[in-house]
Design a protein around this ligand. Structure first.
Ligand code: S3P
Length: 165
């Protein structure tokens, strides 16, 4: 099995921020699947969605995950909030679900800018999306982490799990 640390969770749970910290602690490298898509297409995720649509985004997301599966080990992988819905990330490494309550996630995404997140629509559809997604996150997670804790504590916990403590 691959020894990557794979971070999953809803938009705003801190996958990239925590991933950066974990990569430092774990003396590794952060690979962010959204950033790879943005770099390789020279456009933001929001632009990708409006130019090509969600279906093509998911296809490319799966392509990136397959590439990681074939080529990457001992890295930290920050996924998109929708990746676990269509891709079994346990094939890539140890899956950590960063769990946070929806009201906090909404607040964080709103502060960061809703326009960056094409899946972030009106409030009612976000509640539905969250309810659906949580089931996938819980099913796929090897470990569930309380994303409301301090980032240093979260990152240390993830590294400790990896070391088998
Ligand atoms: C998505 C989440 C986004 C990004 C895209 C789709 C989703 O990533 O992949 O906008 O379907 O939840 P973040 O979870 O990093 O915001």
């Amino acid at each position: 099995m691959l020894n990557n640390i794979v971070l999953i969770g809803f938009m705003g749970c801190g996958k990239t921020t925590i991933g950066r910290k974990v990569a430092n602690l774990y003396e590794s490298i952060l690979i962010d699947t959204d950033s790879i898509i943005e770099t390789n297409h020279n456009m933001s995720v929001a632009e990708f969605f409006s130019s090509f649509g969600e279906k093509k985004f998911r296809k490319y997301e799966a392509y990136v995950c397959n590439w990681i599966k074939e080529n990457v080990n001992n890295a930290v992988i920050a996924t998109g909030g929708g990746t676990p819905i269509h891709y079994d990330l346990r094939d890539i490494g140890n899956v950590f679900y960063l769990k946070a309550p929806l009201n906090v996630l909404i607040e964080r995404v709103t502060l960061d800018g809703i326009s960056k997140r094409p899946m972030f629509d009106e409030f009612k559809s976000i509640v539905n999306l969250y309810d659906k997604r949580v089931k996938y996150y819980e099913k796929m997670a090897d470990y569930t982490i309380n994303a409301m804790e301090n980032i240093n504590i979260i990152s240390q916990k993830i590294c400790d799990y990896m070391k088998g403590y």
